[in-house]
Design a protein around this ligand. Structure first.
Ligand code: FES
Length: 77
């Protein structure tokens, strides 16, 4: 039997990003996107967070998880 707090800690998704903040929030203006595709991390393992650096591939391989980035695509008119 584990105390409730210990159980919750074992379930942390964010292991090291901005742990000094009570909540990690990233705000990006859509008009500021320069390239046609931008990938944002949803696995919390990226070394370039909030931008995906493909760390999710290793995370998925090690854990059997299936997480991937949020991809924003800019339509070229
Ligand atoms: Fe986290 Fe790609 S590195 S989703």
């Amino acid at each position: 039997f584990l105390p409730k707090k210990k159980k919750q800690r074992d379930c942390l998704i964010n292991l090291k990003i901005q742990k000094e903040n009570p909540k990690v929030v990233n705000e990006i203006d859509i008009e500021d996107l320069n390239s046609t595709n931008v990938c944002y991390c949803r696995c919390w393992r990226s070394k370039t967070f909030p931008v995906c650096d493909k760390s999710h591939l290793k995370h998925n391989e090690l854990t059997g998880d299936n997480v991937g980035p949020l991809i924003l695509k800019k339509k070229i008119l």
